[in-house]
Design a protein around this ligand. Sequence first.
Ligand code: ZN
Length: 376
Amino acid sequence: MQSRFSFAISATDGTARTGTISMQRGEIRTPAFMPVGTAATVKAMKPADVRGSGADIILGNTYHLMLRPGAERVARLGGLHAFMGWDRPILTDSGGYQVMSLSELRKMSEEGVSFKSHLDGSAHMLTPERSMEIQRLLGSDIVMAFDECTSFPATRDAAASSMERSMRWAKRSRDGFDAGGEHASVSALFGIQQGSMEADLRRISADKLIEIGFDGYAVGGLAVGEGQEAMFACLDHAPSQLPEDRPRYLMGVGKPDDIVGAVERGIDMFDCVLPTRSGRTGQAFTAHGPINIRNAKFGEDKGPLDGSCGCPVCATWTRAYLHHLIRSGEILGAMLMTEHNLYFYQALMAALRAAIGEGRLTAFADTFRKRYRAEA
Ligand SMILES: [Zn+2]
């Protein structure tokens, strides 16, 4: 029988690593990109096509699913995998970030966060214990600890007290997860490092998380508007404070060049709405940088979205056709743009894994950046 959770690093190149996470529902090749399936769907994509793009794991959102259709209902319907028709690993976030960014009338306390739903105004409470219970009801494979996402920018005192509360909540998350019976024996729990841009606070946070003990560790509190330069400055030290033999997950990142730079700095897992969300609005990612397919110059362009892409969309349809679909608000436009973008991201991850495996990551990254930042 497959182990509950293991992480094997097959090669390193500088501080970058490539390897495999093994879980009961399948293997996750790292560095990995997780498409975001907010409301039990990767928007505009059928699960088989998500898998076809190369994804080993997807992300589900606790905040959205607890409000609609409700975690208890998903559990009665057999769990999130059966409900949405995806049988491979699912990572769920804790709901902490989205409760702060989406809900109304929030009230924070040591106990947790009480809030009103952005959908119907109904009252709810999220605590570390309730977040663990919801993620268990969903049947999550990788559960995230419930934390407080420190606002940015934060004063040093605010960053310190927010991090300390997150560490108390990390312990409560660990205890809540471990009390989950059967689910705890087949799934994994990740802790989340906080501490804003302060290296010493991140060190304290990492040490506390290691003392509690987790299967993997996320670098939290980034991709909150600090910009790439500040994010990379933080990633120059934060990953090395986390255990070498456990996966490191950078939450909510990012643009293709963010991912390349973070992989160079030792990150193993990513998630972001960018390929799906921007696909629906007409942005396509290409080896030569993003393009906006709505632009008039694509109206009679007979070429594919990206000449170097091997996806089914680029094999079949022209930029001119996609330009027409998106401009006309056709549903197929959103579907095809999303599919191409997810393929682009997964092809990038595969290329990063190969480059690390062959010890040529620096050359690959330099070539990628040079091409990506040139005009499409
Ligand atoms: Zn393509």
